[in-house]
Design a protein around this ligand. Structure first.
Ligand SMILES: *[C@@H]1O[C@H](CO)[C@@H](O)[C@H](O)[C@H]1NC(C)=O
Ligand SMILES: *[C@@H]1O[C@H](CO)[C@@H](O)[C@H](O)[C@H]1NC(C)=O
Ligand SMILES: *[C@@H]1O[C@H](CO)[C@@H](O)[C@H](O)[C@H]1NC(C)=O
Length: 841
């Protein structure tokens, strides 16, 4: 009869499974909620715990002791007491990870004072508790996540000598397969990845915290977890504030789901104290401290969701675990398909068993400077990992290995009375949850994918994509006008010793304004006709656009027919100067990727930004500048054109640009689209990879043009033969492949076949991730790794001489010369930017 009723239960839960699947809600296949030592069922927050006296579970115990305190039906008011080895056997219908939760709340029953009980609990494979006691009379819930690979889970309670064991309630519940996986593998804090499979790993949740939010109880969590507020863990509460924006959270398919953590977790965060953070120079960490058992490794799952930024790429921060850098320059907006406020989880494993009993987690601003430094975390789970003996707790207790348990007489079989009532309750819960989910699902889709980063002093400007953005009128040109006297002051009357470069437009000086701001001052040659047009374009463009990856115009001066442009000073000059010809140290592959990503962001912003898309028209390595942190910024907008309006597909214009970078289609058809910039950027990618001039007439004919030469090797699948020698052995093949494919696509003959700048950006980010999968953040590349492109003897790639692209006799076709735009060679390592563009004819 018990069996029949149990089947009814299965049937009903199957029906509710079906109902729930159609709404995408996870329904656990196994869902045992057991009220131990009780004669009756008990409901806790809408969840029905079935009496273990009445349930279908197999309980083996030498003596039946049902302890109860009072007549009420709370699960904690009853307990089962074990005076000898006893076990519960749960049959598992779906193998895989399960929550195992053990509820303890000691009370006195007859001669059993439960706060003196001492015992161990184990599964067939792992020791969960060993010589465990609950000294205080407080309620304790232990949560484990076990991967069950057998048809049963047997939980064995073993009293320590002269003691007894007890338990108030037990849960055994399936969890989604995708919740904890080894792909991608968790990172090791410090460097590398955790190589072991997580599948045989037993985990014990020691802390689960909802940063910046309130308690999320089991009934409000998608997987019946409990999340605590973080305030008690914060070391200095005054340094942190909390933010709540539940509706902003985007669950993007392929990333964190509502099962990973509910909206109530992703929709709240703790950030750097906003009052302090209004200070652009504020630099401090927000730190939490968690008590843990020493002697174990820990699995840390961080939950992130950038609910504080109004646009992409506004927030960069560092994450530390135990004073070690865990990730640098986290830019959440790029992690989830360039979605603002995308839910994302990041897993770590501590590198070795903990020596201390504390884990410290800190967040702080990164060196990538933003208008207002900030850093956030939305949630954190800290889970203890079993040691090499399979134990989550060390004591005198030795794992039974299952054998003693199996031989025991499984005498006491208690019939199931899980009635239709439970089924109805489940159905009801399910229905309510489904409705709730449906309502909350992806509320803010409309603007989540738009790319509108644009900010002046922390106030978002004209960011048309995001609702609720402050709109502010664009600074008018007049605000940028700087008196000639001030410019003279700044450059010590154009002192020749401050000259850092010369172009056809005029000279470039390093200067310092009254307030100490270091600037680059370009002084135009008043006789230049071309100069005047470019001067105007540059002011017009740069005063409209402000972006982290576009060089900023500080001001201009047009007094006495002067044409002077004043920019932020870019300490590290052009990208080109770091690639070849200057004798500067070579950049690492990671640095190069980051530079390309930065430049791609700047261009992507130009192409898609604000009201009118802009085509740069002169993308080249000499127009990408580096600040003191080697952050890339796109410069030189003198040739920029406002792109096609919606009803047009191109802009007809005389061909301009720099030889070697020029889009052949633009050249053929004289029609300009943003895909012309993509082509030029493709050439830059190969320049960065091969570290040679894009045109080098001193080389054998087939090698003169880098784009052609690189494509030839790429098509043969042997691009690694011609890459910069200093990169050899330090690039992961995957990363190189992705990078090269991206470059190849940019160089497609027809614009329509080329990717957008946004796609390029995404692919470069991916190439960086592929690189970092082996070489950790900031760490040294693993030498001798077989994963790296091996050292190859080569003469092919020796391009260390000076830049020879100024003159291109014979090879130029219709281009007699590319003017003097490539002056950033040997003598000009600090060239700020060139004024002169090459003119195609
Ligand atoms: C949690 O659930 C209760 C009802 O069970 C509800 O009143 C409360 O608002 C929920 N809290 C959150 C944060 O969703
Ligand atoms: C933040 O903490 C890390 C690790 O302890 C430390 O290296 C870093 O200097 C701290 N940053 C600030 C601004 O205190
Ligand atoms: C945890 O236990 C499993 C065996 O169940 C073992 O394979 C694994 O290495 C253990 N984990 C650690 C971190 O030692």
């Amino acid at each position: 009869m018990g069996v029949e009723k149990f089947q009814t239960f299965i049937l009903i839960s199957t029906i509710s499974t079906l109902i729930c699947i159609c709404h995408g809600l996870f329904t656990p296949k196994d869902n045992y909620l057991i009220n131990c030592g009780s004669q009756s069922n008990s409901t806790v927050m809408g969840r029905v715990f079935i009496s273990d006296k009445l349930s279908s579970n197999l309980l083996t115990s030498p003596k039946e002791i049902l302890a109860s305190q009072t007549a009420n039906s709370d699960i904690y008011s009853t307990a089962r007491v074990f005076t000898g080895v006893s076990s519960y056997k749960f049959s598992v219908t779906a193998r895989g990870r399960h929550w195992v939760r053990l509820h303890f709340d000691p009370f006195d029953y007859q001669t059993y004072q439960m706060n003196t009980a001492k015992f161990s609990v184990s599964s067939q494979t792992h020791v969960l508790l060993s010589d465990f006691t609950i000294k205080k009379s407080s309620r304790v819930v232990k949560e484990y996540s076990l991967n069950i690979t057998t048809d049963d889970l047997i939980l064995t309670f073993t009293p320590s000598s002269n003691s007894f064991a007890f338990v108030n309630a037990i849960e055994v519940i399936s969890i989604p397969e995708t919740l904890i996986t080894s792909s991608p593998p968790p990172r090791l804090v410090g460097s590398g990845t955790f190589q072991q499979s997580l599948s045989s790993q037993a985990l014990e949740t020691v802390h689960r915290v909802n940063m910046g939010g309130s308690l999320v109880a089991a009934n409000n969590d998608t997987l019946t977890r409990t999340w605590l507020p973080d305030s008690t863990f914060l070391l200095e509460k005054n340094l942190a504030t909390s933010v709540t924006k539940l509706a902003t959270v985007n669950y993007v398919p392929g990333y964190a789901t509502e099962e990973t953590a509910p909206r109530t977790v992703y929709g709240t965060c703790t950030q750097m104290n906003s009052v302090a953070a209004q200070d652009p120079s504020s630099n401090f960490n927000v730190t939490w401290e968690f008590e843990v058992d020493p002697g174990f490794q820990y699995f840390l799952r961080f939950h992130f969701c950038d609910i504080v930024s109004l646009a992409l790429n506004q927030l960069y921060f560092n994450l530390y675990v135990d004073s070690m850098l865990a990730v640098m320059d986290v830019d959440l907006s790029t992690y989830v398909d360039n979605t603002l406020a995308g839910a994302y989880n990041m897993d770590f494993v501590t590198p070795s068993p903990k020596g201390s009993n504390k884990i410290r987690v800190s967040i702080g601003p990164s060196n990538v400077h933003t208008d207002y430094p900030n850093a956030i975390v939305n949630g954190l789970e800290i889970m203890k990992m079993n040691n090499s003996k399979g134990q989550l707790s060390t004591g005198t207790f030795v794992a039974p290995g299952g054998s003693t348990v199996k031989k025991k007489n499984l005498g006491l079989i208690v019939g199931a009375t899980v009635g239709p009532l439970l089924g109805l309750v489940l159905l009801g819960c399910c229905f309510v949850l489904c409705k709730k989910r449906k309502r909350s699902r992806r509320g803010q889709d409309g603007h989540s994918k738009s790319w509108m980063p644009f900010s002046i002093n922390g106030t978002s400007v004209g960011s048309k994509g995001s609702n609720g953005t402050t709109l502010m009128s664009i600074t008018t040109n007049a605000n940028y006008r700087i008196p000639f006297a001030a410019v003279k002051d700044a450059t010590n009357n154009f002192d020749e010793s401050r000259n850092i470069g010369v172009g056809g437009f005029g000279k470039v000086y390093k200067g310092e304004l009254n307030d100490g701001t270091r600037v680059a001052v370009k002084r135009g040659n008043p006789k230049s006709q071309q100069g005047l047009a470019e001067f105007r374009t540059e002011i017009e463009m740069l005063s409209q656009f402000r972006h982290r990856h576009l060089v900023s115009l500080i001001g201009y001066c047009d007094e006495n027919s002067e044409m002077i442009l004043i920019y932020e000073y870019m300490e590290n000059g052009t990208v080109k100067s770091h690639l070849y010809g200057s004798g500067l140290p070579s950049l690492t592959w990671k640095q190069r990727l980051e530079i390309c990503i930065g430049a791609a962001r700047g261009l992507h912003y130009l192409h898609t930004g604000d009201s009118k898309p802009v085509i740069h028209r002169d993308v080249k390595s000499a127009n990408i500048l580096l600040d003191e942190n080697f952050m890339a910024k796109v410069a030189d907008f003198g040739l920029s054109k406002t792109g096609p309006e919606l009803d047009q597909t191109h802009v007809s214009t005389a061909v301009k640009g720099s030889f070697g970078y020029l889009d052949p289609e633009y050249f053929r058809r004289q029609q300009l689209t943003d895909k012309s910039d993509v082509y030029s950027f493709g050439v830059v990618l190969f320049e960065v990879l091969c570290a040679r001039p894009v045109i080098d007439p001193t080389l054998p004919r087939e090698m003169v043009n880098l784009a052609e030469w690189a494509m030839k090797w790429q098509k043969k699948g042997q691009l690694d033969q011609i890459i910069d020698q200093s990169l050899r052995g330090n690039i992961r093949p995957d990363s190189l492949r992705k990078f090269a494919e991206t470059g190849e696509k940019c160089l497609a003959d027809y614009g329509v076949d080329r990717p957008s700048m946004g796609d390029v950006l995404w692919n470069l980010e991916y190439a960086l991730q592929l690189q970092e999968a082996v070489v950790d953040d900031g760490g040294e590349p693993e030498e001798n790794s077989t994963n790296m492109i091996g050292e190859l003897p080569t003469q092919i790639n020796d391009f260390s001489q000076g830049d020879t692209s100024v003159n291109v006799p014979g090879t130029a076709g219709r281009f007699e010369e590319s003017s003097i735009d490539d002056l950033s060679g040997v003598s000009m390592s600090k060239v700020f930017s060139q004024l002169v563009k090459s003119e195609g004819r």
